[in-house]
Design a binder for this molecule. Sequence first.
Ligand code: PEP
Length: 249
Amino acid sequence: MRKPIIAGNWKMFKTNKEAAAFAEEVKGQAAVEGVESVICAPYTALATLVEAVKGTGIQVGAQNIHWEDNGAFTGEISGEMLKELGVTYVIIGHSERRQYFGETDETVNKRTKAAFKHGLTPIVCVGEKLEEREAGRTKDVCREQTVKALEGLSAEQVAQAVIAYEPVWAIGTGKSSTAEDANEVISYIRELVKEQAGAEAAAAVRIQYGGSVKPNNIKEYMAKEDIDGALVGGASLEPASYLQLVEGA
Ligand code: PEP
């Protein structure tokens, strides 16, 4: 049985104080039996948030991780640094990182390995751009990104990973994929995992949908067999809507 996981991606939103205020508002309401809930906050809010969400049922994630433990990598943050703060999840290869910051399948793979090295759970993002979808290349793109991201991981690690299928054209646009289409691609990704890491890992790995998920459509996705939760940007920023998403899962 895979435990559903709702992960909020706050992107570059919320100061340290705003993050603390969010935690204060959701206190006592965010723990839903059988659902894992995670907030991936900016680095500057992580330490505060880890403290502020204690006892709320929420776990804290970062939005990136470097593959080295330390070194001359100005502006980067390592797994060692995140782990020490009490962070448990990390988003890797979000399409905004791929699009604006030169993230490649190779760096996604290195960051994913670094997450496991430090006992963090990676949320590895894959998904096609609009022109790729229109050219009928959705599955090819997902295959390339998924296979490369997971290269060199053990079957046990793959089983513990979270994959987020996020069609790029659906992120922040209000144009969500239908639950049927999302489930079809996610089933395909699960097949790929089976080829690469075996049936047990494929049955265990959690695969989320992401792209304009809101409280009013979360249930449609959760009703699908292969969809194990959602990675949510905009709708995770307000306490009330975040809570509705966790309850909807
Ligand atoms: C995201 O940031 O990963 C995302 C899916 O954003 P939104 O929910 O706003 O589309």
